[in-house]
Ligand binder design. Structure first.
Ligand code: SAM
Ligand code: DTB
Ligand code: SF4
Length: 365
């Protein structure tokens, strides 16, 4: 396991990494320092390469990540997604971080699936507040076909409001992704959460392969993939590197990569975890940006307890999307005015354009 100590000393003087191609991007010549590998072609990152990238001196990592970011995105624009928990609590799964598992006593009220009208009302509010994507989450192991009938109607309705649509419903059975695609679904969120090695310490009721299978079904149905993980669950830096390796080496990289910081909810098995070093988050975001240059990297759960400076560093490192709105699924997210003030102070402009068509087309496989 990689020692948590990062920023190992650079043993090689400044050198130029020649123009190379990363996941379809044509890279300009970059000046970088240290021993970390520069941009490389294809999707065959080894774990050692990613660990070297992750551990290099922070200034070198940030410089490299920001250069990749600038080549692929306007660095001063940010994509805003709003979340709605359309079915809250009572989930049979045992994800150790999750306040919605029926196995943990978190005081959360279980609620049945919201009506389509309630969902559309929330979507209108999100659109009017400036969000461009509306993400609906359900505390299910996976949707039953009769549940899916209702979600299909919600997706179609939200799409008609001019918003991009995203759902996260758990594992999908054969044919379900196609139904969602036909309803106009743009993104399906399904996280790997952590490395395959660490996974069994967090979840036992579904396997890593189950998750990869659902991602494959989503991809095969022509829906954009939103897939990322959580940091701060007691995993090592090697686990974070391994998660990024799995994501970056998928046959087609995800269009959207949420990086969540654990929200410690009282009553869950992970409620007493040590706080995450914010610089480990920054390193994770920077590596995600370098490995998946075309993806929207979302600074997801955990922003309520994050300083403005940490968020600013994450945006510099390549994060270009957030959840916007005062609630995530069951926990708090920053207040609207706090985020608006942050955007102003950082000179960030919310993306109003829908991105789904562009990103799907931009992926090189
Ligand atoms: N039930 C579905 C599933 O698990 O796929 C969808 C909803 S689930 C809540 C979506 C994701 O939210 C999880 O995979 C996890 O990455 C993230 N998440 C849940 N609880 C969290 C917490 N306490 N802190 C950070 N991220 C969390
Ligand atoms: C994702 O990666 N993070 C979001 C979304 N996808 C569904 C969920 C965060 C949940 C945080 C805990 C809660 O609010 O319940
Ligand atoms: Fe259920 Fe999803 Fe929470 Fe796991 S993360 S317990 S599957 S709602």
């Amino acid at each position: 396991m990689l020692n948590e100590q990062t920023a190992s000393k650079a043993t090689v003087p400044a050198e130029t990494v020649a123009a190379q191609t990363v996941a379809g991007e044509t890279a300009a010549a970059e000046t970088t320092t240290g021993t970390a590998p520069g941009p490389k072609p294809g999707h065959d990152w080894s774990l050692d390469e990613i660990i070297t990238l992750y551990r290099q001196p922070l200034n070198d990592l940030l410089q490299q990540a920001h250069a990749v970011h600038r080549r692929n995105f306007d660095p001063n624009r940010i994509q805003l997604s709003t979340l709605l928990n359309i079915k809250s609590g009572g989930c049979p799964e045992d994800c150790a971080y999750c306040p919605q598992s029926v196995r943990y006593n978190t005081g959360l009220e279980n609620e049945s699936l919201m009506s389509c009208e309630q969902v559309l009302e929330a979507a209108r509010r999100a659109r009017d507040s400036g969000a461009s994507r509306f993400c609906m989450g359900a505390a299910w192991r996976g949707p039953k076909d009769r549940d899916l009938d209702q979600v299909v109607a919600m997706v179609a309705g939200v799409k008609q409001l001019g918003l991009e649509t995203c759902v996260t419903l758990g594992m999908l059975k054969a044919g379900q992704a196609e139904r969602l695609q036909q309803a106009g679904l743009d993104y399906y969120n399904h996280n790997l959460d952590t490395s395959e090695e660490f996974y069994s310490q967090v979840i036992t009721t579904r396997s890593y392969q189950d998750r990869l299978d659902t991602l494959q079904q989503v991809r095969a149905a022509g829906i954009n993939v939103c897939c990322g993980g959580i940091i701060g669950m007691g995993e090592s830096a090697t686990d974070r590197a391994a998660l990024l390796q799995t994501l970056a080496n998928l046959p087609q990289q995800p269009e959207s990569v949420p990086i969540n910081t654990l929200v410690k909810v009282s009553g869950t098995p992970l409620d007493a975890q040590d706080d995450t070093d914010p610089l480990e988050l920054v390193r994770t975001v920077a590596c995600a940006r370098i490995l998946m240059p075309k993806a929207y990297v979302r600074l997801s759960a955990g922003r309520t307890d994050m300083s403005d400076s940490t968020q600013a560093l994450c945006f510099f490192a390549g994060a270009n999307s957030i959840f916007y709105g005062e609630k995530l699924l069951t926990t708090d997210n920053p207040q609207f005015n706090k985020d608006q003030s942050l955007f102003e102070r950082l000179g960030l402009t919310p993306d109003t354009d829908n991105t789904s068509g562009d990103t799907a087309a931009a992926q090189s496989g």
